[in-house]
Every structure is written in structure tokens, then in C-alpha cells.
Design a protein around this ligand. Structure first.
Ligand code: SF4
Ligand code: SF4
Length: 254
């Protein structure tokens, strides 16, 4: 099946989305007075919390951390905090940083997560963007545009490459509680100045940090959940359960 698409520049995807950023994108975002949130989710090493079909992808972008008597795979996402309109959207609905816009913005309506298929009904793009006269961007579930494919792969690779550095950033910020994947997200809004300084420090030291992921995995992470059945399962697996989130974090249930 072919999916046709051509962006109409309507600007709808620049409203109300928390945009996942690479560490390299996060630094200029913060320097431009943007706010970033940290979203954390995790599943247990026995697979609790992740569908089997998603496990390989989820594991490759996660840090293995101690969690009580077991281990958890913790995925950490830095995202632009955009509860309303993106700070860079201009009045005439253009991107004010078009030439250096984040990878996630460049690949939309595709997603970093390969398990989210391209479905018109789940996207912000108006119906005119999907007219049959528009170029084909997806054929039988496969992206057909080479440049788009390269960008999607780059964003996925950054997700995998940066996990050790992100785990270290969380450790330095005092973030050590995740939500159970599928249950929700543990979200944190660190002070921008502190977050920027921490990211820059970690990036400057990153060659020393990456081989040290084994060491950081000695850090104990807690899991926060609200559903009684989830809490029962965590207790049965002797996972570390956190009743509250540090850093004034907020749990967003799914
Ligand atoms: S950075 Fe640009 S493309 Fe991305 S959400 Fe903001 S205005 Fe839109
Ligand atoms: S919502 Fe879709 S059509 Fe509108 S600017 Fe974003 S990508 Fe383009």
C-alpha cells in the first residue's frame, strides 16, 4: 500500500508536542532559553513492561540498572517542553530555526520509534497533506525517501548511542525513579541552567563515561506505578518500588 504525503506547512505539528532531542540538540535549545523535560520509563530484565516484539528496540536504547533484587532497562528521553506552541514557531507558521531544527521535526510524520506505524489518523497533518497527487513516502510500510531514511536512522542511532551519557546526567541530577513502560512516564523539569551545565559537563567527559555504563548500572533505580496489579507484579519480582518521585517529578499515566 502506498502512502502519499506532502507537508502543507500548516504548523500543527509544532503545537502541544514535547519534542525528543538528541544531546547535541538539547544544548542549543537550552541556550536559546528553551525548557527541557526528562521522561523516564523502564521495563524489567525478565521482560515485564515491554511487549516481546518491542523488546530488542527498547533494550538497545536503555541502560541496564539495578532495581532492588532485579535489573531494569531504563530509557531516558530529553524532550523540549512544549505544552503550547513551540517557542520557535513564527507568526507566519514557519520554523524560526529551520536549518537547525531537531531530527524529530525533520522526520515528522514518521517517528523515532519503529513500532509506531505511519497512520494518517494519528497525525496532525491536514487531509490535503495526504492527497494521492502528493509524492509516495511510504510503500508497504517502508520509507521510500532515502534522505528521510537516513535521518530516521540517525535519530534512532543517537537514541542508542547516548544512553550512557543520559544515565549519567540523571545520576548527577538526582533522577533515579522511572515509570513502568506502558504504564506511563516519570517526568522531570530540572532547572534549565543546572540541566545545561550538567549536559555540557557530561558531554565534555563522555569518552570517559561511556565505557563506565557498567559502573553506573550499580546505581539502584526505583519504579513508580499506580495500578495495583503492576505494584503486585513488581513486589513479586522484588523490584525496587518508589512511592514518590524525586526532583518534584510528576507521573503521567497512560
Ligand atoms: S523546532 Fe521548528 S519544526 Fe520543530 S516544533 Fe519547533 S517550530 Fe516546529
Ligand atoms: S502537521 Fe504535517 S503538514 Fe502540518 S507542518 Fe507538520 S508535517 Fe507539515
Amino acid at each position: 500500500m502506498d502512502i502519499h504525503f506532502a507537508c502543507t506547512n500548516c504548523g500543527a505539528c509544532c503545537r502541544g508536542h514535547h519534542i525528543a532531542l538528541t544531546l547535541g540538540e538539547a544544548v542549543p535549545w537550552l541556550r536559546d532559553d528553551g525548557r527541557l523535560m526528562v521522561l523516564v520509563e523502564a521495563f524489567l530484565e525478565n521482560g515485564f513492561g515491554v511487549p516481546e516484539v518491542q523488546r530488542e528496540h527498547a533494550q538497545r536504547r536503555s541502560a541496564r540498572m539495578r532495581c532492588g533484587d532485579t535489573h531494569a532497562y531504563v530509557a531516558i528521553t530529553l524532550a523540549a517542553y512544549n505544552p503550547g506552541v513551540c517557542q520557535f514557531l513564527t507568526e507566519d507558521k514557519r520554523c524560526g530555526i529551520y536549518d537547525r531544527r531537531p531530527l524529530v521535526c525533520r522526520i515528522y510524520p514518521f517517528e523515532i520509534n519503529p513500532h509506531i506505524p505511519l497512520r494518517q489518523e494519528f497525525k496532525d497533518c491536514p487531509s490535503e497533506a495526504w492527497e494521492p497527487t502528493a509524492p509516495v513516502i511510504c510503500r508497504n510500510g517502508r520509507v521510500v525517501n532515502d534522505e528521510l531514511l537516513r535521518l530516521i536512522e540517525r535519530s534512532r542511532q543517537a537514541d542508542r548511542d547516548e544512553i550512557a551519557a543520559k544515565a549519567e546526567i540523571c545520576r548527577r541530577l538526582g533522577i533515579d525513579v522511572a515509570a513502568v513502560k506502558g504504564d506511563g512516564f516519570a517526568t522531570y523539569l530540572p532547572a534549565p541552567d543546572r540541566l545545561l551545565a550538567t549536559i555540557e559537563d557530561v558531554l565534555n567527559e563522555s569518552s570517559a563515561i561511556v565505557p563506565d555504563l557498567q559502573t553506573s548500572s550499580l546505581q539502584n533505580w526505583g519504579l513508580h506505578a499506580t495500578r495495583p496489579e503492576t505494584l503486585d507484579r513488581l513486589a513479586a519480582m522484588k523490584a525496587s518500588v518508589a512511592a514518590t518521585l524525586p526532583m518534584n517529578g510528576t507521573f503521567i499515566g497512560l
